[in-house]
Write a new protein. Structure first.
Length: 324
């Protein structure tokens, strides 16, 4: 392998820059010519492929977002798009590709790699933590830290006014951000996509809190929760429970930004380093991930098809116990 390119695709996540830096520098350290592809798969199609040296990734480890930009690219889903992308890689003599992204990114990588035999290694980069094969995905830890910082502020005002807040957090179909945020912020309840929580159950919990003199309550609602978002749940609860003034906050895209936590900087560095080493070993179609604090590979096929239930059972149990 002589020439390797790296791209970020799908939703951005803090820690992607740390990973790009590690990929570029690990490649250069091993005598490889390194390239960055701008705007994910769109850059492959548009031939927006730039040579990168060790200095091109200076002073980025602490930055959120991705210096390579990211995009959703529909053209890459077509055969013509895939052909164009391959031609551009061939023109640069690129024989290895590191893709940082989520399941959509890996689906594209799998098709592309299988069609043209180009070597591909995936790095799980998404705040949602919804991929099989890595206990943590890049950006997840930072997103939780961002969420709890916001909730701490909301708690101040909730407490001053004796209010009930419904706070909606990201994660798509994964309740990982919601669960960890709930534990870290001392939320009274959490509604997760993976679990049914009946309205009765939630109201009973809030009633108990009110009768034991809680002055404020915070309910975290996952955006993928089956009974709707924070506004829907708040409306339903309000009809039957009115001990507090009720407010709703949707945290939204601020959860995707910000300076990565030390955990995500280290994770990005580890996975970027590992991704290039896998390519150097001749491996392909693997995702590098963290399992039990060790870097392990999982086939992209498996990462895409295995069902993921990643909520920690002890945390689930704790949500009820610690919020009494
Ligand atoms: P994420 O990687 O965060 O899940 P997306 O689902 O938007 O984000 O996927 C990122 C990109 O991966 C898409 O914009 C598209 O270019 C590519 N992709 C997704 N599915 C396919 C597919 N079936 N074939 C080819 N490319 C795909």
């Amino acid at each position: 392998i002589k020439n390797i390119a790296v791209l970020t695709s799908g939703g951005d996540a803090p820690g992607m820059n740390a990973c790009i830096r590690a990929v570029i520098r690990t490649g250069i350290y091993n005598g490889i010519n390194m390239f960055g592809v701008m705007q994910g798969y769109q850059g492959l199609i548009n031939n927006n492929i730039i040579p990168m040296d060790a200095r091109s990734v200076s002073n980025i480890i602490h930055l959120g977002g991705t210096i390579l930009k990211t995009a959703r690219c529909l053209e890459f889903k077509t055969e013509e798009g895939l052909e164009l992308a391959y031609k551009n890689l061939q023109a640069h003599d690129i024989d290895g590709l590191v893709v940082i992204g989520g399941d959509g990114t890996f689906t594209g990588a799998k098709r592309f790699g299988e069609k043209f035999g180009i070597r591909v290694i995936g790095v799980p980069g998404t705040i949602d933590n919804d991929l099989y094969g890595s206990d943590f995905t890049l950006g997840y830890d930072t997103a939780i830290n961002t969420v709890i910082e916001a909730i701490d502020k909301i708690r101040d005002t909730a407490d001053s006014h004796d209010r009930l807040f419904f706070i909606e957090v990201m994660g798509r179909d994964s309740g990982c951000i919601a669960l960890r945020s709930a534990i870290s912020s001392g939320a009274e309840a959490v509604l997760l996509p993976e679990r049914e929580t009946s309205l009765n159950e939630l109201i009973a919990q809030l009633e108990t809190g009110a009768s034991t003199k809680k002055t404020s309550s915070i309910v975290i609602v996952s955006e993928g929760h089956k009974d709707g978002g924070a506004y829907d749940v708040a409306k339903k609860v309000k009809e039957r429970f009115n001990h507090y003034d009720t407010k709703v906050t949707i945290l939204g895209h601020l959860q995707r930004g910000g300076s990565p936590s030390s955990f995500d900087r280290i994770l990005g560095s580890r996975l970027g380093f590992a991704a290039v080493n896998e390519l150097l070993r001749g491996n392909t179609m693997q995702m590098v991930g963290l399992r039990g604090n060790e870097v392990k590979t999982t086939s992209i096929e498996e990462a895409l098809t295995r069902h993921t239930f990643k909520l920690e059972s002890d945390l689930l149990e704790m949500t009820k116990v610690l919020s009494i």
